[in-house]
Design a protein around this ligand. Structure first.
Ligand SMILES: Cc1cc2nc3c(=O)[nH]c(=O)nc-3n(C[C@H](O)[C@H](O)[C@H](O)COP(=O)(O)O)c2cc1C
Length: 271
């Protein structure tokens, strides 16, 4: 997977799911930037496809009586995987979150949605090709400044602001003894969004390498592999923020991937 661009760390801290938007179009230049970014993600197998929809969001997020889980947005992004295997779900999470953080940098509100949208309407807008599956969508737009009562209620029900303590997410790692870059990376991974805020990822350390796997009993949950992909991107961004570049590579079962720092990347401090 590609190494994330420098400069996304702030967005990982600022991003929160937003479900109420001003009925204002997204500036054409912002949409163009997101489109160009999405094109960069098309090169690897198994393929994923991210579509930027300048308009039509109300058909995805609002029902006929005007009630929906997101209101007001005009634009959207759709995250599509070719053959929904573990690998493509991980990539959808990794690159989808990259797009979401880039949108956050552009001042746009977003909300990953795997369930609460009008799937038939979305699928007819997107003209899916053989073997493609629509995994998630997000509204894109200027969110209202203050969270609405409904947004706050949803966040409370989902416990959206809470994250599990680092110690509960790491097995076989002493969080007080690990290098600073690894701690920054794990904290950033910990802060990642996940479906119903389940945080199904667990990390294990092996020297300067870190492996990710699903928490016990979380393999059946619908978005768990997408969630892990999101958390992997956050880990890479945190590591990079602390001066360590690296790539996620294949790892033996039950691990989903292993983060391998570049040989030259260790010990260079906060560059
Ligand atoms: C893969 C994925 C799917 C999600 N699906 C939905 C959804 O269908 N509807 C919704 O309102 N929120 C959805 N969410 C948003 C989560 O509830 C939210 O990310 C989580 O509660 C953490 O809150 P935060 O994003 O504000 O940090 C989804 C998030 C992820 C990562």
């Amino acid at each position: 997977m590609l190494k994330p661009d420098i400069g996304l760390y702030e967005a990982t801290i600022r991003r929160v799911s937003r479900r109420k938007y001003l009925k204002r179009p997204v500036p054409a230049q912002s949409l163009e930037e997101l489109k160009q970014l999405a094109e960069r993600f098309q090169t690897e197998e198994p393929r994923i496809r991210i579509v930027i929809g300048p308009e039509g969001a109300e058909r995805l997020f609002e029902s006929r009586n005007g009630y929906g889980m997101a209101t007001g947005a005009i634009s959207y992004a759709a995250f599509i995987a070719k053959d929904n295997q573990v690998e493509s779900a991980l990539r959808t999470g990794y690159y989808g979150e990259w797009l979401i953080l880039a949108a956050t940098k552009l001042g746009l509100g977003t909300c990953w949605m795997a369930g609460t949208f009008q799937r038939p309407a979305a699928e007819s807008l997107l003209s899916l090709q053989a073997g493609e599956e629509l995994l998630c969508v997000t509204p894109l737009g200027e969110a209202v400044q203050e969270k609405s009562f409904k947004e706050r209620a949803i966040a409370t029900v989902m416990g959206s602001r809470k994250r599990k303590p680092l110690e509960a997410l790491c097995t076989g790692m002493d969080t007080t003894l690990m290098p600073e870059w690894m701690k920054t990376a794990l904290e950033c991974a910990r802060n990642a969004p996940s479906g119903v805020n389940l945080q199904p990822w667990r990390f294990t350390g092996n020297g300067d390498r870190v492996r990710i796997r699903l928490a016990e009993g979380k393999s059946g949950h619908g978005t768990s592999f997408i969630d892990c992909g999101i958390s992997m991107l956050h880990f890479s961004i945190g590591a990079r923020q602390a001066g360590v570049a690296g790539v996620w590579t294949a790892a033996p079962d039950p691990f989903l991937a292993e983060f391998v720092p570049d040989a030259s990347g260790l010990g260079i401090g906060n560059k």
